[in-house]
Write a protein that binds this ligand. Structure first.
Ligand SMILES: [Zn+2]
Ligand SMILES: [Zn+2]
Length: 425
């Protein structure tokens, strides 16, 4: 029995792992890695390694494109097997995947799948729920809440000989939007885990929330605009809840980009989030933005704009920055992990913003607030202790090898596989 790592190995992005038992083959996640336009305007997303299509199942942990973004390519190439995930993930992934086709069109990039492939995928979707157990051949699969975003799953696979946990992205502690993950109750031999924050502790969450509120207030009091770029799925809703919590909903708030549709979807599954009533309340009170005319009008007055994309790789934030980059009274507050190579990371490192059309120095006040939906370093160690596996494969991080070494130092058998590597288990 072995695991093959198709992507997300010693990097964040394009996750994909195949479990091959000799009789069953299961693919867990199949995503893309969005890279910046810094090295040319038509930079293609990085794709995972090609997989043999004799798969018995595709298991999707959650909607984010670094996990879901390449699944339609399987159907494009002729795969006709099932994709298992939660209903929420399917709804959210659908809008992200449609948008990725649109974006490839817009940028004249190579297309790896088309709307018709999304339709084939839809026909082969199987909706699963937390606490459920289902079978892929002889493998029994358990479904746990991963606490990362609405609908996110950690899979527990029992092959009869070995039990394997694929963490997906995990958050052990509560946030405003989510309850922390559900502990794994079954025995686990092999753990495949994310390690996004393996090298870093998150700062105190309350301090970060207050700092966000302060920075927004400061911009508004100076007559400026507070731009809060955020991922459409998860982060945008978290920010809305924080704005509500601290009474900032008395100011004009605009929600832009795919965050609008994503929030609508999330509100259809109130049982998966911690404060559905509060999210409903703020979502109904704010203004949703749909076009450039509206954008150009709203920036005439001080306001708060929550918009995509979270790493500044396109989306309406590009339009706002083109208009506002020279204004020192405005604030740009990044709220999520900025992958090396993303436009957001480039801006943080150089002060220069590069997008499809332009390249310029940003004079707005730039800051970073950590509102991560990933477990911090000590949470990851707590997680390992809770799962208590015999063997650990560390992936989905910038410092996978270092984190694996640290786990070894604590007595665990841990390893950070390379992309393309096949590991016997
Ligand atoms: Zn994620
Ligand atoms: Zn991820």
């Amino acid at each position: 029995m072995n695991l093959k790592f198709l992507g997300g190995a010693r990097e964040v992005g394009r996750s994909g792992v195949v479990l091959d038992t000799g009789t069953e083959r299961v693919l867990m996640d199949y995503g893309i890695k969005i890279v910046s336009q810094a090295e040319g305007p038509l930079r293609e997303p990085k794709i995972p390694l090609k997989v043999n299509l004799n798969l018995d199942a595709m298991l999707l942990s959650h909607a984010h494109l670094d996990h879901s973004g390449f699944i339609p390519n399987l159907y494009h190439r002729g795969y006709s097997g099932p994709t298992y995930t939660t209903a929420t993930t399917l709804d959210l992934a659908r809008i992200l995947l449609k948008d990725s086709i649109k974006l490839a069109d817009l940028r004249n990039q190579e297309k790896h799948f088309f709307p018709k492939d999304l339709k084939i995928m839809e026909k082969n979707e199987y909706r699963i729920t937390y606490g459920q157990q289902f079978y892929v051949g002889n493998i029994s699969v358990g479904v746990y809440d991963a606490g990362h975003i609405p609908g996110s799953v950690t899979f527990h696979l029992n092959t009869g000989k070995k039990s394997v946990v694929y963490s997906g992205d995990i958050k052990t502690k509560d946030t405003e939007l989510m309850r922390g993950l559900e502990p794994i109750r079954e025995k686990t031999d092999v753990l495949i885990m994310e390690s996004t924050y393996g090298e870093r502790e998150h700062p105190n969450r309350d301090d970060q929330e207050r700092s966000l509120v302060e920075k927004i207030r400061e911009a508004l009091e100076n007559g400026g605009i507070a731009m809060v770029p955020s991922f459409a799925v998860g982060r945008a809703q978290e920010i809305l809840l924080i704005l509500e919590k601290y009474g900032l909903d008395k100011y004009p708030i605009y929600l832009d980009g795919m965050s609008v549709e994503a929030t609508k979807i999330i509100l259809r599954y109130p049982e998966l989030i911690k404060q559905p009533k509060k999210l409903e309340k703020i979502f109904s009170s704010i203004v949703k933005v749909h076009n450039n005319k509206q954008r150009d009008r709203l920036i005439k007055e001080p306001c708060i704009i929550v918009t995509t994309s979270g790493m500044l790789n396109g989306g309406p934030i590009a339009h706002y920055l083109e208009k506002l980059y020279n204004r020192e009274d405005c604030s740009l507050i990044l709220t999520g992990f900025q992958v090396p190579g993303s436009a957001g990371r480039t801006l943080m490192d150089t002060g220069i913003y590069v997008n499809d059309n332009d390249k310029f120095k940003v004079r707005c006040k730039l800051s970073f607030i950590d509102l991560s939906a990933h477990s911090g370093r000590s949470e990851l160690f707590d997680y390992v202790k809770m799962v208590d596996p015999e063997k650990i494969f560390v992936m989905h991080g910038d410092s996978c090898e270092e984190f694996a070494d640290e786990l070894k130092g604590k007595g665990y058998d841990a390893y950070a596989p390379k992309i393309g590597e096949v590991c016997e288990i």
